[in-house]
Write a protein that binds this ligand. Structure first.
Ligand SMILES: Nc1ncnc2c1ncn2[C@@H]1O[C@H](COP(=O)(O)OP(=O)(O)OP(=O)(O)O)[C@@H](O)[C@H]1O
Ligand SMILES: [Zn+2]
Length: 723
């Protein structure tokens, strides 16, 4: 690895994708260590870049343009960070510079060296107690600002105006609450194993078994050894609770959050704190896997099975898979936690590549809730009317809970009032004019809204086709369920949590707070509330209408449904005192389905075994590797033509390499915002063969596209999650 041999440096820059250039470009400069941020000319512009490793034997072209500016104020990005980025770019088939720059905080590229130097100096300043004490008088005035900041996940540092004297826990309460409960034997064994050797661990713990406590202890050991800890959760809404726990436990340590809801300035600050080694703990969503952490000692991915760990645009990376790679690269333990591991992870455990650490008991010895499959076919039906949303027996069970002062959770994975409106006279339905999808009826603001393109209109008074005044909702979403349960149980305190009720900053925390405080009897919501939360008073969870996923075309649909229902069940009876009478209801038209049978026994292993058997005989992941080539155009035929031509280009290579190219097909929602989409599956039993084919094939597609001018976009998704 030579830096700046003969005054030449390689610089990773964001080259436009259509040029097909992905490799670093050469520039002239005095010796600069790899990882240094620079600005270089590209075409007629100056663009940000990162000095990259340059093979010593590489020849430099005769005329080189000079590096324009060196941002020396920040230490260079380390070798392992560069290797992680290089691996991800190659594996997910993106340009190196494109990916490298995309995973840095966007604000960073706007700064010049002087501005950067100022920020770095400020962040490096140690805490000054005297200044903080002087400011103590301002405490009341700054309390609100602090609370807001805590929500954004930054712990006040002593050098910011809103600084506080000590490192405050994010939740009100005495700082001494940081004491850890003694671990049980299984927890202790898990912590010991993680501390003993680097490697990938599956922390396989039933819901409420104390997985988080294991993360905290493992983190404590890493911190004590002077290392940094990276903790990843799949969704932003799971951060506040974990953040509060981390902040309490590790008072005195610097904790930063990294996720997309931060302001650009916060994201830059947090990222810099991590990169400078000032932050001890980084809590984040998938983008945090690329945080620069010079002292990294432990990586945790909580709820590792969650599809949100996969980025769905740009470089479609799996943060879970990259975490495993990163751990391997840096020789640090990686802990993947789940009650329902992904089948990929489970298979690797079976193969002995990951170590399973089991937490088989709930904390306090509570049992898992009894699963009751309610057969919807047994409900008496009035001619012509739809089945009721809720079985009367379930409503009674909820009423019983209310009488006892316990809470119930009704889970329905569909927001809005009704997924579609229709005219009872002419059959008109509320389709989206721009998408192959229905527009959802939202009663709150009386809108018809497309969840795919965002197109929204006021609900028409009469049928737009025939003028009939009788237009009615079909099916139900959380808004309607909330209304129905309130009608069925007058006086009950019903709350709803979904993407619509949590749009405003802080509203989710406030609503969860009300649930925790016991101010809610019945909680209605989407998957948002089914995962992760440590509710203490819920003794009944009901899946109102989970069947549709049983028959979805995606081969991962059953795996996902099972995980979601196990998670949802896990929200009930988390207080051991109440566990014995806690229940999970599943309303189903197909109660005999094997998936529900496994759910009833809380038998993840049996479910996983049967799924893996099916996958193996069908040649599906984890027994094969997939990639999806997508194309978009105004007309489906144009996208089709491009994918067909692409397929022809690859056919000979594919035959030789044992890779199968499938014909292009439309995805479930084929048209979005007036654009038609098609996708083509590429499959191989060998990951290496697939990778080789993609690397040789995709660069040719840039040229191919210029022939197929109507193609708006094309992209490849390696290890796609949704097919
Ligand atoms: N050894 C222990 N002794 C006493 N309480 C504990 C212990 N370990 C964990 N707890 C408590 O038990 C509860 C459940 O633990 P935790 O939230 O870590 O479970 P989990 O496995 O992460 O749950 P889930 O996966 O369902 O979200 C928490 O309130 C936690 O503080
Ligand atoms: Zn639409």
């Amino acid at each position: 690895m030579a830096d700046a041999v003969n005054g030449v440096v390689a610089v990773a820059v964001e080259t436009p994708q259509h040029t097909g250039l992905g490799a670093p470009l050469d520039y002239s400069a005095d010796a600069l260590p790899p990882g240094t941020l620079v600005r270089v000319p590209l075409g007629r512009r100056d663009v940000p870049g990162i000095v990259w490793d340059r093979p010593a034997e590489a020849e430099a072209p005769p005329e080189l343009r000079p590096v324009r500016e060196v941002l020396a104020a920040m230490p260079p990005l380390g070798a392992s960070w560069r290797q992680l980025v290089a691996f991800a770019a190659a594996y997910y088939q993106r340009g190196l510079g494109e990916l490298a720059l995309a995973v840095l905080p966007p604000e960073l590229r706007k700064l010049d060296d002087v501005q950067l130097a100022r920020r770095v100096a400020r962040l490096r300043k140690p805490a000054v107690p005297a200044r903080a004490a002087r400011r103590a008088g301002l405490a009341a005035a700054t309390a609100a600002a602090e609370a807001a900041d805590a929500q954004h996940g930054v712990q006040p540092a002593a050098d910011t105006p809103e600084a506080a004297p000590a490192f405050p826990p994010a939740e009100a309460g005495p700082p001494a609450a940081a004491e850890a409960p003694p671990l049980n034997d299984e927890q202790q064994a898990a912590v010991d194993a993680i501390g003993a050797a680097a490697g990938t661990y599956l922390l396989h713990g039933v819901t409420g078994s104390g997985k988080t406590e294991v993360y905290l202890h493992a983190a404590e050991a890493a911190l004590a050894a002077g290392r940094q800890v990276l903790v990843m959760v799949p969704e932003i809404n799971l951060t506040p609770q974990l953040e509060a726990r981390l902040a309490q436990r590790f008072a005195g340590r610097r904790l930063v959050a990294l996720h997309s809801a931060l302001t650009p300035a916060q994201r830059l600050k947090h990222w810099l704190l991590a990169h400078l080694g000032e932050a001890d703990l980084v809590l984040g969503t998938r983008l945090a896997v690329f945080a620069s952490l010079p002292r990294l000692g432990l990586i945790v991915a909580d709820e590792e099975h969650d599809p949100s760990f996969k980025q769905q645009e740009g470089a479609r990376y799996s943060a879970r898979d990259l975490a495993v790679y990163r751990g391997h690269l840096e020789g640090v333990p990686v802990v993947l936690g789940s009650a329902t591991p992904s089948l990929e992870t489970w298979q690797r455990v079976q193969e002995g590549r990951y170590t399973r650490l089991a937490l088989s008991q709930r904390i306090g010895g509570g049992v898992l809730p009894r699963v009751r499959l309610f057969d919807m076919n047994t409900l008496p039906r009035q001619r012509g009317s739809a089945a009721p949303a809720l079985a009367p027996a379930l409503v009674d069970a909820v009423a019983e809970r209310i009488e006892r002062g316990e809470q119930s959770l009704l889970f329905l994975n569909r927001r809005g009032y009704a997924p579609v409106l229709h005219c009872t006279a002419c059959g008109w339905k509320s389709g989206c004019p721009h998408c192959s999808a229905w527009r959802v009826f939202h009663k709150g603001d009386r809108s018809l809204r497309c969840h795919h393109c965002g197109f929204s209109e006021r609900v028409p008074r009469a049928c737009p086709d025939c003028g009939n005044l009788d237009i009615a909702p079909l099916g139900r979403g959380t808004e309607r369920l909330e209304e129905q349960i309130a009608q069925l149980l007058p006086g009950a305190r019903v709350a709803r949590i979904d993407a619509d009720t949590t749009r405003l900053k802080g509203s989710l925390e406030a609503q969860l707070g009300a649930v925790h405080a016991g101010d809610v009897d019945v909680l209605v919501g989407t998957q948002m509330i089914a995962k992760g939360h440590d509710f203490r008073r819920i003794t009944l969870v009901a899946a109102v209408n989970p069947d549709s996923a049983l028959f979805a075309s995606d081969f991962r649909a059953p795996e996902r449904l099972f995980a979601l229902l196990m998670q949802a069940a896990g929200r009930a009876g988390r207080d051991a005192q109440q566990a014995a009478r806690s229940e999970m209801w599943v309303q189903s038209w197909h109660p005999q389905h094997a998936l529900y049978a496994a759910l009833r026994k809380h038998d993840y292993e049996a479910f996983a075994a049967s799924q893996l058997e099916e996958r193996q005989s069908a040649g599906l992941p984890p027994f094969s590797s997939l990639a999806l080539l997508r194309a978009e155009a105004r007309e489906a035929s144009i996208a089709q033509g491009f994918l067909r031509a692409a397929s022809e280009l690859a056919q000979a290579m594919a035959d030789e390499a044992g890779v199968t190219l499938y014909p292009p097909v439309p995805p479930p929602v084929a048209r979005v915002a007036d654009v038609d989409r098609l996708q083509m599956l590429v499959e191989s039993p060998s990951r290496v063969a697939l990778q080789r084919l993609l690397a040789a094939w995709l660069p040719q597609l840039h040229a191919l596209r210029s022939v197929h001018k109507g193609v708006l976009r094309w992209a490849v998704d390696v290890d796609p999650l949704a097919i």
